[in-house]
Write a protein that binds this ligand. Structure first.
Ligand SMILES: NC(=O)C1=CN([C@@H]2O[C@H](COP(=O)(O)OP(=O)(O)OC[C@H]3O[C@@H](n4cnc5c(N)ncnc54)[C@H](O)[C@@H]3O)[C@@H](O)[C@H]2O)C=CC1
Ligand SMILES: O=C(O)C1=N[C@H](C(=O)O)C[C@H](O)C1
Length: 267
């Protein structure tokens, strides 16, 4: 397989550290640079706790993309920075694999148009774990038979965005098969604001739990006459996401457009 040159944004993060190990341990992946808030001008090998990879660290994405020859950017940063890096990478012809969440509909549309006009592949993956992709697909199937559904997403308390990218994507997939419905009692009232969670435009409720000790978990709960169906996925560690990152990096080399969600590339 051809060598794939990768720039990694966010190498010191929870996901970033796993991604460094993935790249290091994959024969045809090569880490050619990192983007980080600190350690500018150093090599990754000079930063404590990292393997012996002589990849230069940049702070400014534009300088990095101008100076470094790369095939793919893996972005695992923050909603604010992820959006800047992704757009800029496409402009420089570097294919972004984006795990960072927090993109809204308008931003996705803008990126889709940019990717198409530049003929540069982009993968925006709200969740890289294969089990989470299956959970979303099963929920989409179930929604054909159950109109009433509530999504509970549970994450660690360092997460910046709510609801999670996975919950938003799940609601979008469910909406493809579910008839729109305003759920609950027509006269229900919240005596404490937010008690019924967030509501999507076609009436799906999303509840976000944040607690230390959690990693990434989601339940999709359907209710019908005399029965309920719960579909649950748990990521207990960040290694659970890495096979999806690997597949995305390999797949994006043959893409010339934006793909939103790994369900579009996992059979
Ligand atoms: N798609 C997926 O399967 C998954 C996505 N995520 C998403 O990935 C993102 C990162 O998650 P975590 O690793 O848990 O967060 P984290 O907070 O541990 O890591 C973020 C890293 O970004 C770095 N950063 C901040 N500003 C930067 C800048 N200007 N340039 C370069 N790096 C910068 C921070 O220093 C930090 O090391 C989040 O948006 C999260 O929602 C997390 C897990 C799975
Ligand atoms: O921040 C996280 O941790 C995660 N973020 C993604 C999301 O917002 O769905 C994916 C996974 O749930 C972990």
């Amino acid at each position: 397989m051809k060598n794939i040159k990768i720039i990694l944004a966010g190498p010191r993060g929870r996901m970033g550290k796993e991604a460094v190990d993935l790249i290091h341990n994959t024969e045809h992946f090569q880490l050619v640079a990192c983007l980080d808030r600190v350690n500018e001008g150093k090599l990754l090998s000079e930063v404590e706790g990292f393997p012996n990879i002589d990849a230069p660290i940049y702070y400014d994405p534009r300088t990095c993309f101008q100076e470094v020859e790369a095939d793919v950017l893996i972005d695992l940063t923050t909603p604010e920075i992820g959006k800047i890096n992704t757009k800029l990478a496409v402009e420089y012809g570097i294919r972004p694999v984006v795990g960072t969440t927090g993109f809204n509909e308008e931003e996705l549309k803008e990126l889709k148009d940019l990717a198409a006009s530049k003929k540069v592949g982009v993968i925006i993956a709200p969740n890289f774990a294969v089990g989470a992709i299956l959970m979303m697909k099963f929920a989409q199937m179930a929604a054909k038979h159950f109109q009433d559904v509530e999504i509970m997403e549970l994450h660690h308390d360092r997460k910046l965005d709510a609801p999670s990218g996975t919950a938003i994507k799940t609601a979008e997939l469910i909406s493809k098969t579910r008839e729109p419905k305003r759920q609950g009692h027509p006269e229900e009232e919240e005596t404490i604001q937010g008690a019924r969670g967030a509501e999507t435009k076609d009436g799906i409720r999303i509840h976000s739990v944040r607690l230390p000790g959690l990693v990434a978990h989601q339940e999709v709960m359907f209710g019908g006459e005399g029965q309920s169906l719960t579909i649950r996925h748990d990521s207990y560690n960040r290694a659970s996401f890495m096979s999806g990152v690997k597949l995305s990096v390999e797949t994006i080399m043959n893409l010339e457009e934006l793909v939103y969600g790994l369900e579009n590339i996992i059979e």
